[in-house]
Design a protein around this ligand. Structure first.
Ligand SMILES: Nc1ncnc2c1ncn2[C@@H]1O[C@H](COP(=O)(O)OP(=O)(O)OP(=O)(O)O)[C@@H](O)[C@H]1O
Ligand SMILES: [Mg+2]
Length: 490
């Protein structure tokens, strides 16, 4: 009993309370490490949290895909829960892909993970359900029975905390975004096989681990700076895009001869922004419907690349006339090809409405062969010409490959490079040859001289000139016709 003289003051009650709370937290942390999570859930059920009581418990189902689109909250949950791993979780998935530098540890399916947030206890669990499905083999249009796996994660908590979710779920998303921006490796996604489509989702991925960066790219410094600034501006302009009512996306068309660094530039962009790459081979995509579901299955903060767009799946506009082919099989084959209009519809419409911070890159060796519809303003925001190696480009390669900034042979090499159509890939190959620096550079001079002889012969025969320099063309709303004025030729 408290008497007037021994009633504790408010401050001492607060001090007692905070000591008690700290002790409770400590006990909780220790128990969290020692007691298996499922047992903790049982204990919580007994002592008032009633996780197993359907009248007081609320469970959210977060599915991997929602309306055919990747569910970002599911992705976030997977990443977030990897930060909640304690020694009390009985089963973990550990993997290491050959190209990955570190182990990847995830909570195994069926394992419960306990989390607390502002006094609220939550139980997470990964679950997998299967449904029977007919799997179609698109080559011969035969069907077979198969199982489709649906991944989801459940989140259970006491109903009285449901309002707190408005803080908790954004916290999960925020943690995910922070971890994503800190991640060191960029992933390369490629369109999987039909089987992968049903069991692992349409995109399989590996660590990109591509060494290309803006530092290693042999390009005119001015062009490099422009591209980097464009990317910086793009990622910072969330509010701008929202204000002007435009989708937060950017399209780049990279064109130029083989071996001039188009693919390397895509890797450099991905490494610079820490965006994952989705490599889309249109030829293996089953029709416009397939294209749609693949593209909607890509994550935010990513680059979708369609290489060699001029060669991809006879991309000519075929209108709606495809069903006039007579035989059933032809109609089926026809519908399995991506059409130009399907691609354009996606770029203009669907692409705009799905996701944020998206970059799409087309590459081609022959810009002149592209359908003008693809080059129209508003489709690709920036056209980047990757051309033959320049003296500046050579110096970057020499610095990267040989770690030298100057050499007695540089003048001669640069003079030859100015005269010739030689790609950075060809020069890089020469610089990779063994021997000391003198040997390698003499080898390069020999290579360039031989090339000059050959080009002189060809020039005599055809009388053609060199495709000079690199340029960027910004195609804004004013149109392609204005390109000449906006050209920056370096
Ligand atoms: N501009 C460059 N800077 C540095 N290295 C380059 C450059 N261009 C090419 N290379 C070297 O050549 C190799 C091939 O280049 P890359 O695949 O990027 O060329 P590409 O333009 O995409 O060719 P293609 O049109 O055949 O796809 C690269 O792995 C790189 O080693
Ligand atoms: Mg390429």
């Amino acid at each position: 009993m408290f008497t007037a003289s021994n009633i504790p003051s408010t401050s001492s009650i607060l001090a007692m309370y905070s000591t008690f709370a700290a002790a409770a937290m400590l006990v909780r942390t220790i128990l969290n490490e020692l007691i298996p999570q499922w047992l903790q859930v049982k204990i919580l059920s007994i002592f008032g949290q009633f996780f197993t009581n359907p009248t007081t418990q609320m469970t959210l189902f977060i599915k991997e895909h929602a309306n055919m689109e990747l569910n970002e909250l599911y992705q976030a949950s997977e990443v977030y829960l990897s930060t909640r791993i304690t020694s009390s979780i009985g089963q973990l998935q550990v993997s290491k892909a050959p190209r990955e530098k570190s182990l990847s540890i995830k909570v195994n399916r069926g394992q419960q993970v306990l989390d607390t947030f502002r006094g609220m206890d939550l139980v997470w669990e990964f679950v997998t359900t299967e449904t029977q499905q007919i799997i179609v083999n698109y080559e011969d249009m035969s069907g077979s029975n198969g199982k489709t796996e649906h991944k989801s994660v459940t989140l259970s908590f006491h109903k009285r905390y449901k309002d707190e979710l408005n803080n908790y779920l954004p916290y999960v998303m925020e943690t995910f975004k922070c971890m994503e921006s800190e991640k060191r490796s960029v992933r390369l996604y490629a369109y999987g096989s039909v089987t992968a489509q049903y069991y692992e989702g349409p995109w399989g991925s590996i660590n990109l681990d591509h060494p290309s960066t803006f530092d290693t790219l042999a390009m005119e410094p001015e062009l490099k700076r422009e591209i980097m600034e464009d990317l910086d501006r793009f990622v910072k302009r969330k509010d701008f895009y929202r204000r002007v009512g435009k989708a937060w996306k950017r399209g780049y068309l990279l064109y130029g001869p083989p071996g001039t660094g188009k693919s390397s530039l895509v890797a450099a962009m991905a490494n610079y922004l820490k965006f994952d790459i989705y490599d889309l081979e249109l030829a293996s995509v089953q029709g416009n419907g397939g294209l749609r579901s693949l593209l909607t299955g890509t994550a935010n903060r990513s680059i979708v690349v369609i290489e060699d767009i001029d060669c991809s799946a006879q991309l000519q506009d075929r209108g709606d006339a495809g069903y006039d082919h007579g035989s059933q099989n032809q109609s089926i084959l026809y519908t399995l090809q991506v059409t130009l209009s399907g691609l354009l519809t996606f770029i203009d419409g669907l692409w705009s409405s799905c996701g944020d911070e998206r970059i799409i890159v087309f590459t081609t060796n022959h810009k002149d062969r592209l359908d003008p519809a693809l080059l129209r303003p508003g489709r690709m925001d920036m056209h980047i010409h990757m051309s033959y190696c320049s003296p500046n480009g050579f110096r970057i390669l020499a610095s990267n490959y040989l770690q030298i900034e100057n050499h007695r042979l540089f003048d001669e090499i640069e003079r030859l490079i100015k005269e010739l159509e030689v790609t950075p890939a060809e020069i890089a190959e020469e610089l990779m040859k063994g021997g000391d620096v003198d040997d390698v550079l003499e080898g390069l001079v020999g290579f360039l001289e031989k090339k000059r002889e050959k080009q002189m012969e060809l020039l005599d025969e055809s009388g053609s000139g060199k495709d000079e320099g690199m340029e960027t063309v910004e195609t804004g709303s004013k149109g392609v016709e204005e390109k000449a004025e906006m050209e920056i030729v370096s």
